[in-house]
Write a protein that binds this ligand. Sequence first.
Ligand code: FAD
Ligand code: UDP
Length: 374
Amino acid sequence: MKYDYLIVGAGFSGCVIAERIAGRLGGKVLIVEKRGHIGGNCYDYYNEHGILVHKYGPHIFHTVNRKIWDYLSEFTEWRPYFHHVLAVIDGKTVPVPFNLNSIYKSFPGEYAEKLENILLEKYGYGVKIPILKLRETDNPKLKLLADYIYDNVFYGYTTKQWALKPEELDFSVTSRVPVFISRDDRYFQDEFQGIPLEGYTELFKRMTADENIDLMLNTNYKDISSGIEFETMIFTGPIDYFFDYIHGKLPYRSLEFEFRNVGSEKFQETAQVNYPNDNEYTRITEFKHLTGQKASSTTVAYEYPKEYAEAVNDPYYPIPKAGSHEIYSKYKAEADKLAGKVYFLGRLAEYKYYNMDQAVGVALNLFEKKIIRE
Ligand code: FAD
Ligand code: UDP
């Protein structure tokens, strides 16, 4: 069998591009995935207690892009869900992103009111300010507030998560969770938010159901690609691995997930509780909040950040910081030399801290801008 495309990786980027090529162009596609399942890091499954869990940590779909939402809606209905996160600070829980409600939970009423008024006057309601930006303020009261948030919400969490201080990472990393001058406790404000009604894995199954798509699980593409005939490769694994590390290793961050089943209906108030200052884990997720599942027990996942080591654990996060971009740009130059023969797509192959919607977006874009024109 000769394939038009060999796609490495069955995550969002690989499955979306496979679906488009097979469904829209009738192209013959082989997806090769080294894990035993489709879905990449978004894979979910029913555990031994009958609870639907996300194997690689909590995945909440959100996007401002109607086109991406409509596209995925061809493969799933959605459970409306707005993510809420609390952080434990000195034994109290406060909403994150840190907002006006968090201020009132953290400080005495009169002082909180003063802070609120200063923020409203200086920035206005509904404005989001990255913590590293807020710390540059010359207003002494705001500076105290910024330092409080930095010390209690960001410093401990970030040094655990990345083994780096907030300012050692790209500004964009801590800006993902900006201080929010609002009473809106939702983690995201995107227009479209939800969880696939029957889970992510069901969505991926429908996406790859086309008879023009073959799937090979438990297979590293390097072990089989020389024996398979294909025209073009689309690679969604780590780009440095593809090029046998000729420019050195790119840094990634890994995680260890500890799942615990608890014999009560509910474990915690919100789906996610962050522990910036205590414990070795960063956050605990209770999946039933995300899925809406009813059951007499509940499963939670503790996330322990880990150094990435090949063959030991998985490269979950690119590390957005100065040195990594320099290494990546050398690999990007190699990738460009293969244009037309191999495309590099997704969070690991493009070395970008993509959310799910962005991974879907770059795959749709590759299809429309390049593949369809070949
Ligand atoms: P991946 O899902 O990583 O897929 C790549 C696939 O390639 C993998 O299945 C891998 O096994 C396979 N592969 C790699 N090398 C090889 C090889 N040599 N041979 C064969 N196969 C190979 N995004 C959100 O929008 N909302 C969230 O709430 C959210 N939460 C997250 C929580 C965590 C803990 C993590 C780590 C990520 C989260 N994300 C979230 C991001 C989301 O997981 C990614 O955007 C998305 O998975 C990227 O899809 P991808 O296809 O590019 O990569
Ligand atoms: N962050 C933090 N404290 C928090 C939440 C987030 O310091 O309570 C920082 C931390 O550096 C984290 C980054 O903001 O890695 C991005 O957070 P996000 O929740 O987007 O991380 P993800 O869900 O991608 O792991």
